[in-house]
Design a protein around this ligand. Structure first.
Ligand code: DAT
Ligand code: MG
Length: 150
């Protein structure tokens, strides 16, 4: 439905490289609705909770260290198929496999510095949105939606 939500995050490398506007613009121009936007320096415990499914993986300590190396910019976008299409806009996890035209395909090379995060299912999106935006996000009607949806 048009109210499907996803959590998209510009990682520290994306913030430091000045790619926040570029990443945000792709979701805006696609037609998704911005529901929340925040810059923050996440704590290790928040990152460990965010990535808890990966905590047995060998790269986990490096992942947490990288993710806490600079601020991140988190966003909530809503719209039809936001989770799956959001992942397509980001590109494959490993930038070596990401198609040109995707964010990762266009701007990075190493899987350990792949610029952005996107929720992988509706359930994880809702979990991540509650985790990163415990006070809630904006809910509003957008007149522009009549140009996006039939
Ligand atoms: P995604 O971010 O596409 O959802 P994921 O959830 O499997 O991918 O992994 C989370 C992040 O962890 C990923 O964006 C980059 C890092 N990562 C994944 N696999 C890795 C690997 N083999 N080596 C180093 N970092 C890795
Ligand atoms: Mg993931």
């Amino acid at each position: 439905s048009a109210s499907e939500r996803t959590y998209i995050m510009v990682k520290p490398d994306g913030v430091e490289r000045g790619l926040v506007g570029n990443i945000l613009t792709r979701f805006e121009q696609k037609g998704y609705k911005l529901c929340a936007l925040q810059m923050m320096q996440p704590s290790k415990s928040l990152l460990e909770e965010h990535y808890k499914d990966l905590n047995t993986r060998p790269f986990f300590p490096r992942l947490i260290k990288y993710m806490s190396s600079a601020p991140v910019v988190g966003m909530v976008w809503s719209g039809k198929n936001a989770v799956k299409t959001g992942r397509k806009i980001l590109g494959a996890t490993n930038p070596l496999d990401s198609e040109p035209g995707t964010i990762r395909g266009d701007y990075c090379i190493d899987v350990s510095q792949n610029l952005c995060h996107g929720s992988d299912s509706v359930e994880s999106a809702e979990r991540e949105i509650s985790l990163w935006f415990p006070a809630g996000v904006c809910d509003y009607q957008r007149r522009y939606d009549s140009f996006i949806y039939e």
